[in-house]
Design a protein around this ligand. Sequence first.
Ligand SMILES: [Zn+2]
Length: 289
Amino acid sequence: MLIAALSGPQLRTLFLTLAFVVGFTTSAQAEQPIKLYQVSSGVLQMDKGWLTAMLDVGKMIKVPVAMYIIDHPRGLVLYDTGNNVAVSDGKCESHWGKLCKAFQPIQKRNEVIDKWLEKFGYKVEDVKYVILSHMHLDHAGNMEMFPNATHVVQKVEMKTAWWPEKYQASAFVMGDFDDARDFNYLQLEGDYDLFGDGTIVVLDTKGHTQGHQSVMVKLKNTGTLFLAGDAVYTPDNEAGVVPGITWNAYESMRSIDRLKNLRDVHQGELWYSHGIEQYGQHKHDSAYD
Ligand SMILES: [Zn+2]
């Protein structure tokens, strides 16, 4: 009614004002810095040989289980979701069964991803995208906490998880995703620039599993980070030691080389999923920007 009552020049002024406001808001949003939090789903205690084939086999180590909360102006993003909440506070058996002995998780309830989100002022419902490096038990464990998010997974990884090869089956826990068949998936076949602005780019790093993927994140002050996921567990793998658990050693080593080369070209940093020394050097109670 109001618009109908306006004359031609008045309408033009109104539309120009609206265009300015919308344009200003959009550019203001684009200038908001991206924030990234690195947190851990407790620790796993395991034989180092799981991570480094033929090196330090039999040596027991404790490793973090890295997860990332990335606050982008166009949506809150997670990279990995950690160990299932049921594994918390010593109650492993009911969810992981005999895998509890192999990985011996120590996870307090407040180290589960929903509690980390809460700590930094977000709600579970705020998460728009869940990027899964792969669907093993320590990465896809809490994907069912996010039924309204879009889950970004390599298509081949979904097939691998839901119907794994026998020799790979034990590291996929069906209870982590048995109710997730009807979720909204962005099924990838290769690399993908999530927001089309080059700031969060999913990278195909197959090898650990058939559909493993890493993420490149460009931060204004920190620089370019390569979140390796399980493509590179530790500095040993970066230095050439074949990862202990791997679907395809050839592809694993190609993916490690790919990440190292990209890291060098972008003068960035490579962040490991289970590297305890590096994790200890990072901050975890506030954001990188
Ligand atoms: Zn892992």
